[in-house]
Ligand binder design. Structure first.
Ligand code: KIV
Ligand code: ZN
Length: 499
């Protein structure tokens, strides 16, 4: 088996993402989790960048013993020394030095000629190599560099002792076929390339970071740089979870390749990084997004319930997610609804299922997702008195801080539709008074309770009321995405129970 080294740069390039800044303590917390995940190297920071970055690399070095720890440095003595000092306590230290090689960087950033760059690379790797055994060298903006010049820089870095040569697609410009030709050319044109491990570092500006990294692996690269959740400069870096799961899922393509990641720790790590950086994971994010293993379409749900591999290429348990989610929404079918109701321990006859399914579809049109508690409320409503003396047709109310609330309620009573209007202390009071005008029943409202059944702005409101009529107490309940409607339904439900 050929090992693919996972070089995680969440704490360095990931933290460079605008707004993602982490304290050294938070970095250590993430580093512990990256170690549990099984990454081979943790790039913990850019020690010269700030005292806190230095502290972070130092703290990670002191505490992480299974993964290697790496610090970034430019080709400057002070950077390399800072990196070396911050890594003193690391069990497996590595200094990662970088130097731009593309024409545009040489001309505008450095104002230096190619020969000068070659000399800087030579001296810096030599200097770093005297301080640390394990040197990684990155020709920054490699994918936009002149190939002949790039070969010479790489050869020079290896001749001075660099053990890993990392090829950065710094601006996320390349595409998979080009990566393949670049890596093949490096392998064929750098005479001492067999003395170093080839690595790839891709950014996601065109959304191709993972595809480019995988193409590099297929072309002979044996280390990949990546970050958890794909965070990083601008559009981010290649995402660790996507890379790892692609290699593991497509064993037919990545033959004989081995990655020592405990994939069951992926979801936990992703959540930790998201919580500490404050970067919310989009619902459709591959592998770790909340919809990655969720199914709403009726046809998909039906097939999933028969055999999960019909619509799932990975087992959610393999990435640390307990199970796939069947999301009940407007696209869901009867089969999924019946299964869920059964799972809730509710047994319903076929004719009642039909009714509930109809109501479920109406509710799903108003709500994005129908949760278990919504279903329980539907079933509860369905079990309220079969013969409804009073049935709500419509309700309308006007309210505000500077007007007297008024309401108009239309209900069906003995096949007649009757409408009444009233004002009240609030819109609910106005509705109840309007209903009293229709029913002519003398009631006393003893209790009124409104709860949100589930979370979110589109949650259903459930109202429970208790009314006293002629000395007897009747309770009623009603639910709807409109709280006025649930209030009226609950009141009528209580009145319908009067014997
Ligand atoms: O994107 C890049 O070029 C980098 C280097 C420091 C490797 O992050
Ligand atoms: Zn980068």
């Amino acid at each position: 088996m050929e090992k693919i080294i996972i070089f995680d740069t969440t704490l360095r390039d990931g933290e460079q993402a605008p707004g993602a800044s982490l304290t050294s303590e938070q970095k250590l917390e993430i580093a512990y989790q990256l170690e549990n995940l099984g990454v081979d190297f943790i790039e913990a920071g850019f020690p010269i960048a700030s005292p806190d970055d230095f502290k972070a690399v130092d703290m990670v070095s002191r505490n992480i013993k299974k993964s290697g720890v790496c610090g970034l440095a430019r080709c400057l003595k002070k950077d390399i020394e800072a990196a070396s000092n911050s890594l003193k306590k690391a069990k497996f230290p590595r200094i990662h030095i970088f130097l731009a090689t593309s024409k545009i960087h040489l001309e505008y950033k450095f104002k230096k000629a190619e020969v000068e760059i070659l000399e800087i690379a030579k001296k810096s790797v030599k200097f770093a190599r005297n301080l640390c055994d394990n040197i990684e060298f990155s020709p920054e903006d490699a994918t936009r560099s002149d190939r002949e010049f790039l070969f010479r820089v790489i050869e020079t870095a290896i001749s001075q002792g660099a053990k890993t040569i990392n090829i950065p697609d710094t601006v996320g410009y390349t595409y998979p076929l080009e990566v393949q030709s670049l890596i093949t050319d490096i392998i064929n044109n750098v005479p001492n390339i067999n003395k170093a491990v080839l690595s790839i570092h891709c950014h996601d500006d065109l959304g191709m970071a993972v595809a480019n990294s995988l193409s590099a692996v297929l072309s002979g690269v044996r280390q990949v740089h990546c970050t958890m959740n794909g965070i990083g400069e601008r559009a981010g870096n290649a995402s660790l979870e996507e890379l790892v799961m692609a290699v593991k899922t497509r064993k037919d393509v990545f033959k004989n390749m081995n990655i020592s990641i405990n994939t069951k720790e992926i979801f936990k790590t992703s959540l930790l990084v998201s919580n500490l950086t404050g970067f919310v994971i989009p619902p459709n994010k591959a592998i770790v997004g909340k919809n990655a293993f969720a199914h709403e379409a009726g046809i998909h749900q039906d097939a999933m319930l028969k055999k999960s591999s019909t619509y799932e290429i990975m087992n959610p348990k393999d990435v640390g997610i307990s199970k796939s989610k069947i999301v009940l929404g407007k696209h869901s079918g009867r089969h999924a609804l019946v299964k869920r109701i059964e799972k809730l321990g509710i047994k319903l006859a076929d004719n009642r299922i039909n009714k509930i399914f109809e109501q479920f579809k109406q509710l799903a049109d108003k709500k994005k997702e129908v949760f278990d508690d919504d279903l329980i409320a539907l079933v509860e409503e369905e079990t309220s008195p079969k013969v409804k003396t009073y049935e709500l047709i419509t309700v309308r109310a006007t309210t505000g801080t500077d007007i007297v609330p008024d309401a108009s309620v239309k209900i069906r009573y003995e096949k007649k539709i009757i409408e009444a209007k009233s004002t009240g202390d609030g819109p609910v009071d106005a509705c109840y008074k309007a209903i009293d005008k229709i029913t002519k029943i003398k009631t006393k409202l003893l209790a009124y309770k409104l709860d949100a059944i589930t979370g979110g702005k589109d949650a259903q409101g459930r109202v429970r009321v208790e009314v006293r009529v002629k000395g007897k107490i009747y309770s009623g309940r009603g639910s709807s995405t409109d709280i006025l409607e649930s209030s009226v339904k609950a009141y009528l439900d209580a009145l319908n129970r009067i014997k």
